[in-house]
Design a protein around this ligand. Structure first.
Ligand code: NAD
Ligand code: GLY
Length: 359
């Protein structure tokens, strides 16, 4: 059982990590001073597994829970789905002090956070993340969003939850593919901030797909690093950008191969290998790429991009970064555990992309 503080003055909150925590969500929310009707936003997959534990716990603590199911899938992280949820909240006279609980993976977390940020100009919300990726990344830090047909997360707000309740036991029902996708973000924290943690991942690679304490250590260290970075730069004016290591390439791969072909974490895994290759090309860390791809491949994770025309790749990265000029900013690895942000010109990017071309 551990508690990690995200220090943001009056918007500070705790990340609680504890086996069996979902069954305790009612008393924990009550202890935060929350009460009344509580909207649990989830999807049918997660609802079938954990909806009842959560609503029973909420009812036993005096809340009136009502469950709102959004279909399962990245394509439902959309304005039209958010609009349907707003209709339900309005029909049920959901008030400004009534809490929302985001029960699910990153899709539900981002969508519910966006709804919480905008409904009645903001209602309290709780993150109850149920995938590894959402436990180590998306539930922490208050980035909320929906996708636009032109790109991921183009519409959203920074809006912090009141607490994050992480129950590692829920990972037992998660597909191995999803665990691996979450591990990509875990590996990211080692690369950007903590060499010792990266070495721990290398040494314990075989145990990380199981439900043992090693995965809890991963969740804790990832949340500590994310909390530290968000505490220093909530709105991504400088330092927080390093959390996007591998994401510029990754988001382009997701967009160009059609959302759903790659899990977000798989695209990030490929993106991290590409960012390491770009770093070596620019004379930064030359051996980091080998270590990163070795670790990714020990989990059977992808590390080479699919065949995409270089120009399309660059256009998609420009859209993701919202830039129109020749250079795009990348997070690059200087040495394992340390990264820098630097603009990279189109010529170098074209060379890198050409190096992946199939003969
Ligand atoms: P996801 O939310 O689609 O969940 C993956 C699948 O696992 C879904 O089918 C879901 O129903 C299922 N599932 C969830 N919990 C389960 C459980 N315990 N047992 C069995 N099945 C379960 O995907 P994800 O990888 O969690 O999240 C990806 C999203 O997160 C993307 O939209 C990405 O943009 C976003 N994201 C946001 C941030 C942020 O800072 N806000 C950071 C990283 C990623
Ligand atoms: N996942 C990147 C961030 O939260 O800033």
């Amino acid at each position: 059982m551990s508690k990690i503080r995200v220090d943001l003055a009056e918007r500070s909150y705790d990340i609680h990590i504890e086996r069996g925590l979902l069954r305790e969500i009612g008393p924990r929310m009550k202890a935060l001073g929350l009460k009344g009707p509580a909207a649990v936003i989830t999807n049918p997959t997660v609802d079938a597994l954990y909806g009842k534990s959560v609503t029973d716990s909420l009812s036993a603590s005096g809340f009136t829970p009502f469950v709102i199911n959004v279909p399962d899938g990245e394509e439902y992280k959309s304005l039209s789905e958010a609009s349907k949820v707003f209709d339900i909240l309005i029909e049920n006279r959901f008030e400004r002090k009534s809490p929302i609980v985001a029960l699910g993976g990153g899709v539900i977390g981002d969508l519910s956070g966006f709804i919480a940020a905008t409904y009645l100009r903001g209602v309290p919300y709780i993150q109850a993340p149920t995938t590894l990726l959402s436990q180590v990344d998306s539930s922490v830090g208050g980035k909320t969003a929906v996708n636009h047909p032109k790109g991921k997360n183009l519409i959203g707000a920074f809006y912090q939850p009141r607490a994050v309740f992480i129950d590692p036991d829920v990972l037992k029902t998660l597909d191995e593919r999803e665990i691996k996708a979450g591990l990509a973000e875990v590996i990211k924290y080692g690369i950007i901030r903590d060499l010792e943690f990266f070495s721990f991942l290398e040494e314990n690679a075989k145990k990380l797909l199981g439900p043992g304490d090693e995965i809890i250590r991963c969740i804790e260290r990832s949340c500590e690093i994310k909390a530290e970075i968000v505490g220093k730069d909530e709105k991504e004016e400088n330092l927080r950008a390093i959390l996007n290591f591998g994401h510029t390439f990754g988001h382009a791969i997701e967009a160009l191969s059609g959302y759903g072909s790659y899990r977000h974490g798989e695209a990030v895994a490929i993106g991290m290998a590409m960012a390491a290759a770009l770093s070596a090309r620019l004379g930064l860390c030359t051996e980091c790429g080998t270590r990163i791809t070795a670790l990714l491949s020990s989990f059977g994770m992808p590390f080479s991009p699919p065949e995409i025309k270089p120009k399309d790749f660059i256009d998609a990265m420009r859209l993701d970064k919202k830039v129109s000029g020749a250079a795009i900013r990348f997070v690059l690895v200087e040495r394992m555990g340390e990264v820098i942000v630097r603009e990279v010109g189109e010529e170098v990017l074209l060379e890198l992309l050409a190096s992946y071309a199939r003969s």
